[in-house]
Structures are given as structure tokens and as C-alpha cells.
Design a protein around this ligand. Structure first.
Ligand code: AMP
Length: 281
């Protein structure tokens, strides 16, 4: 039997608990309402590190004014149980008041990589992400940190930030965990009614359609983007926000696919905004 998971809220408590952990320490930052995608990150950290720290923080600064901050799903009791079962050693649940006290005015910003895709339609989103991840990294001081490929641009931005700011942390990006029908797991899937839930598989179908075309020899990125748009548009409950076939490293839109590329999209299913992606190797 391993020790029960420690749970801390304040930064002071975290600082007292941190030296009790054996190293190397693996860190999994989340916004909670955990699913199998989050737990796969915890398990991977468990395999590679002596101790695992998880944070649950619905970070207000990464939500736009018309986004879902207030209704973002929460279930801390359930999350605690799942993390304990998954073998996490320390859970940190910071408060917005301590993370952003009155007069807060320090921000971390990654430039080029945050401009396209999510950055173009969610202004300020990545500034919130990179700022909070910096604060979490500074407090937890992990040797490794685990992120999901589901949020491909976020993973790329965090990698770049870690390199640019010389954080002594290895960033590990883990594969997207999907439902049996292909829908990428997301805390936001809980917003979907049964009809919308069925319709939501269209993102994966669109990505797979473009991937199949690529595997059959199609290299024209505009054709791949069009194929994905057509699949999305065939679903009455779906509204396409953007579709992309971009260079994997720069995230710039491609004309021809000649090296590693990222197919990605953002789609509204009813009022729920979903994102997904696949890599073309
Ligand atoms: P979130 O709680 O949505 O902020 O996600 C916390 C971490 O879990 C991020 O690194 C996400 O990329 C990752 N994640 C979310 N969904 C999945 C998934 N379906 N598969 C793998 N990782 C995921």
C-alpha cells in the first residue's frame, strides 16, 4: 500500500509538502473534472517518476469574456477519488484569489506560435495558459511535466516557453485518449446532449478522412482542408470555426505537405466548442 494522497490548497502548504516527495517529481496540470485522458497522463508520470503532483485549477485568465468559465464542470470529490486510485502523491488545488491577488500584473507571453489557430480565435487564451503554467512550474518545481496531444498547440507553446525561459523541466506530450467511437475525451463533452454527443464524432471522422487521403498520396494541403470542411458541413448540428493543415513545428498553414504536419480544427456542436487534431507523419 502506498501512502494516501496529500491534498494542499495554499502555496505555503504546497511548499511544506514538496520536500517530502521523492524525486524525480512528475507534474500533471489540469482543470479538473477528470477523465481517462487526464488519468493517462497521471499513469505515465507514475511510470516515469518517483512522485506525481497533480494540480486542479480552472484558470480564469485563460478564458475569454464570452467563454464557459462560470459553467466549467467541477467535481472535486470524484477527482480526488480518481487521483488517489491512479496513484498521485500530491494534489494541489490553488485558489484564484491566491494565484491572482488584487493588483496582479505579471504575464508570460509566447509570441509567434500563439498567433494562429486557437490563438487567432481565442485572444489572450495562451497568455493565460503560459502565465499560469509558469506559476505552477515555479511552485511545484517538477523534473517532468505531462501534457496531452489533444491540445496540440498548447503543448507546442509550453515546450517553447520551457525552452525559452530555461525551465529545468522535461515536457512530455502524451497521445490523445478517445472514446470508442473516436471522440477525443474532454471535460467539455459533458455539455453535449445525447444528439449532440452522437454528432460530435464528426470531428474525428473529418480528421480521419483527411488522413486517409494523405495516406493515399494527397499532398495538397488545401484539398485536405476542404475534405475536412466538407465532412463537418455534412453534420447539421456542427458549425466549423476553423480547419487547418499546418507545419507541425511552426503551425503555419501549408500549401504542400512535405514534412510532419498537424491537421486540426475547432467546431461548435450546438453551443459547445470542441477541438481535435491528428498528426501526419
Ligand atoms: P484540461 O483539464 O482540459 O486543462 O487538460 C489537462 C491536461 O490533460 C492537458 O495537458 C490536456 O492536453 C490533457 N488532456 C485533455 N484531454 C485529453 C485527452 N483526451 N487525451 C490526452 N490528454 C488530454
Amino acid at each position: 500500500m502506498s501512502d494516501p494522497m496529500m491534498i494542499v490548497t495554499s502555496i505555503e502548504e504546497l511548499r511544506s509538502a514538496r520536500p517530502l516527495l521523492d524525486g524525480p517529481v512528475g507534474f500533471v496540470p489540469t482543470m479538473g473534472f477528470l477523465h481517462a485522458g487526464h488519468l493517462a497522463l497521471v499513469r505515465r508520470a507514475r511510470e516515469e517518476c518517483a512522485s506525481v503532483v497533480v494540480s486542479i485549477f480552472v484558470n480564469p485568465t485563460q478564458f475569454g469574456p464570452n467563454e464557459d468559465l462560470d459553467k466549467y464542470p467541477r467535481d472535486l470529490e470524484r477527482d480526488i477519488r480518481l487521483l488517489d486510485e491512479a496513484g498521485a502523491n500530491l494534489l494541489w488545488t490553488p485558489t484564484p484569489e491566491e494565484m491572482y491577488p488584487p493588483g496582479y500584473q505579471t504575464w508570460v507571453e509566447v509570441e509567434g506560435l500563439t498567433r494562429p489557430l486557437e490563438g487567432a480565435v481565442r485572444p489572450g487564451h495562451f497568455r493565460g495558459v503560459t502565465t499560469v503554467v509558469t506559476k505552477l512550474f515555479n511552485a511545484v518545481q517538477p523534473q517532468k511535466a505531462y501534457f496531452g496531444q489533444k491540445d496540440a498547440q498548447q503543448a507546442a507553446v509550453i515546450r517553447r516557453m520551457t525552452r525559452d525561459l530555461n525551465f529545468p523541466i522535461e515536457i512530455v506530450v502524451c497521445p490523445t485518449v478517445r472514446e470508442p467511437d473516436g471522440l477525443a475525451m474532454s471535460s467539455r463533452n459533458t455539455y453535449l446532449n445525447p444528439q449532440e454527443r452522437q454528432a460530435a464524432v464528426v470531428l474525428y471522422r473529418a480528421l480521419k478522412t483527411a488522413q486517409s487521403a494523405y495516406e493515399a498520396g494527397e499532398r495538397d494541403a488545401a484539398v485536405l482542408r476542404r475534405l475536412m470542411s466538407e465532412v463537418i458541413e455534412s453534420e447539421p448540428l456542427a458549425r466549423l470555426q476553423y480547419v487547418s493543415c499546418a507545419d507541425y513545428d511552426s503551425l503555419e498553414e501549408l500549401e504542400q505537405v512535405s514534412s510532419k504536419a498537424l491537421l486540426s480544427m475547432a467546431v461548435f456542436i450546438g453551443k459547445t466548442r470542441l477541438i481535435d487534431n491528428l498528426v501526419l507523419e
